[in-house]
Design a protein. Sequence first.
Length: 502
Amino acid sequence: MADTKREIERKYESDESGLPDLTGVAGVAEVIDKGVAQLDATYYDTVDERLAASSVTLRRRTGGSDAGWHLKFPVRPGVRDEIQAPLSDTLPGDLAGLVRSRVRDAELVPVVRLRSDRDVRDLVDAEGRVLAEVSVDAVRAERLSGGSGSAQWTEIEVELADDVDPVLLDKVEKRLRKAGVRPSKSASKLARALAETAPKKRKLASGSAEEAVTAGDHVLAYVRAQRDAIVDLDPAVRQDVEDSVHSMRVATRRLRSTFKSFGKVLDRAVTDPIGDELKWLAGELGVDRDREVLNERLLTALDEVPSALVSGPVAERVSKWAGDSPGGASGRLIGVLDSHRYLALLDTLDAVLTDPPLREAAGKKPGKVLPKAVKKDFRKVARLVEQALELDPGSDRDVAIHEARKKTKRTRYAAEAATPALGKPAKDLVKTMKSLQNLLGEHQDSVMARGTLRELSAVAHAAGESAFTYGLLYGREEQRAAAVEAELPGFWAGTKGATEVL
């Protein structure tokens, strides 16, 4: 995989009066002139500018100290993650994969060429350590696709060096503002180039987005947020970013639950097949994830066992069962993300948002429609929890608790979708359902752990090893499950009226 760098920078408008003296900035001992570099960058995007719409930039640049391919993802204002790859005539496969969730099957074409004369200076401290790079860029932009406009401007860019306190940027900005320099109105050179070179008919009038006013508006806003989460997390999953697989899986579950919960708003004849595909994707994402979580639980429990009570190669058995690789972006999972089935699912979600299959209730006020859906889901939770409480401890109760947990998650996600419309009551229900979900989840994790311990015990016994420690761990897992079952009646007693205020 290509190298990744966190880029923290700020851009400023310049009237070509030059850069003010920055040696007066606290902590800056010297400003070192690094000379002028000629940069030539071609930016790539789809014809309909899908990358730009997501504030993602992809360019091939020559000149300067970092010639090559650069792919940048937004993190927050002024912060981007830049993935670099060596200079080549064609887009490297790694970078192509990282934009696939946005590009799909569309062709990447040159959209803008930027040529810059970059006058570079380093800000260094008393020990000679570089704190930041400051450049004055004279930019010439030329549109290559979707028009033939051109533009030019001068801007100042301040990029923080690695491991330097971002407070320095505030200090530099204070000095620049005193000299009459103001922050740029554009987030990037590409954004400015696209805006200033676009044909007039393509320029969109500025204005705030329409507020969600109907039940359908609120449900679609939640659907859109989960679709965006899947697309945004795709590159992170491919790069093995921590928790990205789990987060993408949660987004797929939220979507599927939303389609089921709000069947009065969105036609389930359309959304049920999409739900089947989301279930498939969640399953693929969970192949390694579930085993990782259970492996961590078992090893943590084993660490709590006194060494005198550990008989045989228990840790080795557990790790071997979990697999040698830590999971993440396995070749299998990347294959899923590159598959036609996955990309078709993303296209289908786009289509639902573009032309939603709205039912009559979608046009009604959210205060009337959304509470009904949330309460319906909650009633299913209540039925399953009360059923579980009536059963004796054992496999039937385990199944009932597991089913109650799944319906609890659905109720939580429905309440999340309704929160912008219903406010604090829905927000409070989300918290309550999350707590119940965690409690029931602890029970299910214990059930799964005990099943695995039985398997490992049998394997160890067949190999002539002692099964004592597996039995010890099994007993402790039984105690953890029993503790949940003992806590559940009291917890539920304080929960079952949670939807009355909706």
